[in-house]
Design a protein. Structure first.
Length: 205
């Protein structure tokens, strides 16, 4: 597959869970039903897996992602529709690159929130298995800016020049290979601010 972005123009890639969808409250409720009390700052994927036993974590993930009723009740992250509209207005290409195991459920959620097919569709949405697959797909598509909520994914995205870690609860320490953001309004400031090009690539802002 040829590289999409031959002119190196802005192309934005998105993860889905914890970035587009805010499933923090759902994780707390499901964990409680399984006998575990967790706090809001425990809900990021790389944190919760250090707290819950593996068998409990797998059960939680199965309910969260595969149970249609629970999945469809997951709300959007605040500001998602605004940033999508802004990118669309400026004709900036966007891509969804997610590790959701059942794409059909993911599509139903996006359709419920009116993001599918208005912003995401069969042509710009990709479901992969491993962090390295995200990097491979991002490279093929010429993604210049990618947003994920997992540090291991950010670290794997060697093909992406501008990497943003969505850390709404401020649980990750500083690092040199990404820009940490806590909200979509913060991301909007980074990509649309006139001074963005003066900031060193990958530096913490």
């Amino acid at each position: 597959m040829p590289k999409f972005n031959v002119d190196n123009k802005m192309v934005v890639g998105f993860d889905m869970d914890g970035v587009i969808l805010d499933n923090a409250d759902s994780k707390i409720k499901i964990a409680k039903s399984l006998g575990f009390d967790i706090k809001i700052h425990h809900t990021p994927s790389e944190i919760i897996r250090t707290i819950l036993p593996q068998v409990v974590l797998e059960k939680l993930q199965s309910i969260l992602y595969d149970d249609h009723e629970v999945a469809l009740a997951t709300p959007l992250m605040k500001g998602v529709k605004t940033i999508m509209a802004d990118l669309n207005k400026k004709n900036i290409p966007i891509f969804l690159i997610s590790r959701r195991k059942i794409p059909e459920v993911a599509i139903k959620i996006l359709r419920k929130h009116l993001l599918w097919p208005k912003y995401f569709n069969d042509k710009n949405s990709f479901f992969v298995s491993h962090p390295e697959d995200k990097n491979f797909r991002a490279a093929q598509l010429g993604v210049t800016h990618y947003i994920d909520d997992e540090l291991k994914i950010i670290n794997a995205l060697s093909s992406v020049k501008n990497k943003f870690l969505f850390d709404q609860f401020n649980v990750f320490d500083k690092a040199n290979n990404y820009t940490k953001i806590k909200s979509w309004s913060e991301f909007k400031h980074h990509i649309f601010s006139p001074i963005r090009d003066t900031l060193p690539t990958g530096r913490q802002a």
